[in-house]
Design a protein around this ligand. Sequence first.
Ligand code: NAD
Length: 435
Amino acid sequence: MTTSRLPGFYNLSINERLARLAEAAGLSPDDLSAFRFEGGIDADAANHMIENVVGIHGLPLGIGLNFMVNGRDVLVPMTIEEPSVVAGASFMAKLARAGGGFRASTTEPLMIGQMQVLDIANLQKAQAAILNKKAELIAEADQIDPVLKKFGGGARDLEVRLIEDSPIGEFLVVHLIYDVRDAMGANAVNTACEKLAPHIEQITGGRVHLRILSNLADRRLARAECTIPVDELAFNARDGSETRPYTGEQVRDGVIEAWAFAAADPYRAATHNKGIMNGVDAVVIATGNDWRAIEAGAHAYAARSGRYTSLSTWGKDEYGNLAGSLEMPMAVGTIGGATKVHPGAKAALKLMGVKTAAELAEIIVSVGLAQNLAALRALATEGIQRGHMSLHARQVAIAAGATGDMIEKVAAQMVAEKTIRIDRAEEILKSPGNR
Ligand code: NAD
């Protein structure tokens, strides 16, 4: 039985946290041993993953607490270098929990493969010819990956698009719609497109140029919703010795106003969506998935109307509670890519107890929504810097050369002075009594 409520987790040592985590997730400590390696992977394994390997780049791995997704508690591994993200997600997951947690769903895992068809004499005729052979082409593509087919995946549809306005004039694009089940699907789709291309050339008399998946995976969406009881949003902001109380209604309305800004303005939407991706990418990276693919899909989807906008929406429900939703493409896998060769990624999937790519996508989009709320709540009330300051101050203190107890001492002084700069940290370190 897993619980994601681990009070006092932040006070434990790393070893104690690992033990507590294994216990809470119903796993043996060995299941999570990969988290102890630098970067969750050793040099031998890394050497097989990419070219010219000389080392391993580590990033912190933290645990998002309090998450409940579709009625199930889940402990969320998050890999990220930025302070406040894990704490922000965990705090908002706690608020969402009071409203029943996150309700999440996915579409079928349909990826799009693109084939660019050039040098066609009559585009309309070629388009009709391809559509005429659609069933045959789908049947052919369906046979290409027998393993995928065995697991219920395969070719589902074929569409032909006419690109009228391009620097090289008109051409056709064939979209192969492929169900990739629990894979991210890039290799599966690229292979299918490459194998199908000669047949497309034969039908059209043209030349198939590019054969590659689209990262605008708008047929493979994940969606999360949450309701935060308005009373849960009330809090007292502290600024030095002063306290400023916020009512739940004030915070709720402030969040909705902040969202409206992102909905209407691309300059704000870029930063708003970046905040969502703080949470999304952290889980995508921890599970060995391709975060560039997720980033590309997210931003392309955010611009689908022709104007870049917010990926999330916030409003109030009929009872005055804060209601949020997030919908975005989510091409993640639990099979293939690095997910099965990176020991840390395998341990991350085990910790969450996910078996399918859909379950993983549902958790990721829930974390994105939680992260979005953390940023909006801070921005709409006390500002983003207060939460960031103490962690940021610690990093600046370390950069200035502080070690041991001096890290906390220098950081605390800079926070009290509201001056968090490396030159000030160096001065404090050099001041009498600190040397
Ligand atoms: P993959 O080819 O390693 O694994 C997928 C294969 O696993 C399937 O084709 C199938 O044969 C098999 N399989 C077994 N059980 C399965 C199940 N339950 N569900 C689905 N498939 C199952 O991986 P992939 O997901 O096709 O490719 C992902 C990799 O491609 C990532 O590393 C990504 O970085 C890379 N990539 C991305 C792009 C891009 O995003 N534009 C382009 C090229 C490559």
